[in-house]
Design a protein around this ligand. Structure first.
Ligand SMILES: NC(=O)c1ccc[n+]([C@@H]2O[C@H](COP(=O)([O-])OP(=O)(O)OC[C@H]3O[C@@H](n4cnc5c(N)ncnc54)[C@H](O)[C@@H]3O)[C@@H](O)[C@H]2O)c1
Length: 351
């Protein structure tokens, strides 16, 4: 059984391809033909086939699907925050239109593949933790408050309407123990503008990969499943980055952001804690707790840890001056305003 993975060289894609290969599945990894992906392709597990395609091109998508004739498609390719806010047009083409091209090509196959769609808890929109206390479930009504949530919800609708078997996985905050690749200024600035008391369910990318691999065969057709870690992953946004930084040795290295406004139902980012009872029962993917993830991060940092520990005060001083709310006047975070000022209009598109 061939599994086609789109967005195969991204954070989730790389782990998913590795998981499928380790499970002995036949995998075709697809992504954009760019130098970084060519380099990554050279390091793939043996037996994994690579096919480059720009999914915004319907003819390329048709070719990809008819040549691979997959029994399952794991569709991960997307333009995600924060880049999505700077590239609205491109993002719609990738996040929504390309999903439509893939579904159309897949539904035309003599035996249409099972389609496993990557979605996000961003579909639920901003959730003020002072007023909303229930956990997210697949029955919680979606109510996107930004472009990303709107794109993800629109692509879910396309999947549900398609004439093939489907499963939708809504992911929480995906974490990796290979942090170095993700530590860039844009990502740190983005995390720094989110309300520190925003609730967030995180999940280890290797567990996300297990969930996607399992969703290609498990009896979960037509289900929408929430993919977060075990209860130890129910965290507050402000504690996530600082705990990872501390695990690497950068104790107190990150500046402290601002809390969310308890009196506003909109000035919150689109994350919350989720109930993963059903997804764990169906897919059995939770293998890495939050404390384990931190211990492994520390171990992987190895000899650099004591050096980073020494550098922490300097890192803090530099990053504080470049933090989103440096010298901010208000007492509360303004995540959407800060995103608009740095990247562009985050408001949802009506699709
Ligand atoms: N990372 C998270 O925390 C998170 C949370 C919720 C949902 N998700 C969803 O999971 C999926 C994977 O996310 P990720 O973190 O691995 O993202 P990523 O940005 O690391 O990977 C996305 C991949 O899509 C590819 N891509 C972009 N445009 C393309 C195009 N036109 N044609 C072909 N490929 C294209 C990129 O090259 C990249 O490799 C996405 O659908 C995302 O919305 C991620």
């Amino acid at each position: 059984m061939t599994v086609l993975v789109t967005g195969a060289f991204g954070l989730v894609g790389s782990a998913t391809v590795r998981q499928l290969a380790a499970d002995g599945r036949k995998v075709v990894a697809s992504d954009l033909d760019i130098p970084a992906n060519r380099e990554a392709a050279a390091k793939l597990p043996s037996g994994v086939e690579v096919r480059y395609a720009d999914l915004t091109d319907p003819a390329a998508v048709d070719n990809l699907i008819s040549n691979v004739a997959p029994e399952a498609v794991i569709h991960l390719a997307a333009v995600i925050p924060p880049l999505i806010y700077a590239r609205r047009e491109l993002a719609r083409k990738v996040n929504v239109d390309a999903t439509g091209h893939l579904l159309a090509a897949a539904a035309k196959q003599a035996t249409p593949p099972r389609f496993v769609q990557a979605s996000s808890i961003a579909v639920y929109g901003a959730r003020n933790p002072h007023r909303i206390t229930d956990l997210l479930t697949s029955d919680t009504p979606p109510n996107p408050s930004d472009l990303y949530g709107a794109h993800k919800l629109a692509s879910e609708r396309l999947v549900r309407a398609a004439e093939l078997d489907w499963v939708i996985l809504r992911l929480g905050g995906v974490m990796t123990v290979e942090v170095a690749g993700l530590m860039n200024f844009d990502n740190m600035y983005f995390e720094g503008l989110l309300p520190t008391d925003n609730r967030l369910s995180t999940v280890d990318v290797r567990d996300v990969a297990r969930a996607f691999a399992a969703a290609t065969t498990a009896p979960v057709l037509g289900e929408t499943l929430l993919i977060g870690g075990d209860d130890s992953h129910r965290l507050l946004q402000g504690d996530v980055g600082s705990a990872v930084a501390a695990a690497m040795g950068l104790v107190g290295g990150l500046p402290v952001g601002l809390k969310g406004n308890p009196n506003s139902d909109t000035d919150w980012f689109a994350t919350d804690w989720m109930d993963t009872t059903r997804s764990q029962e169906a897919l059995g993917f939770q293998h890495h707790s939050w404390p384990d993830l931190l211990i492994e991060t520390a171990e992987r940092t190895g000899w650099k840890r004591p050096l980073l520990r020494l550098a922490a005060p300097l890192a803090h001083a530099i990053l504080q001056r470049r933090a989103p709310y440096y010298r901010a006047e208000g007492p509360y975070a303004d995540p959407w305003g800060a995103i608009a000022a740095k990247w562009g209009d985050p408001s949802p598109e009506h699709l």
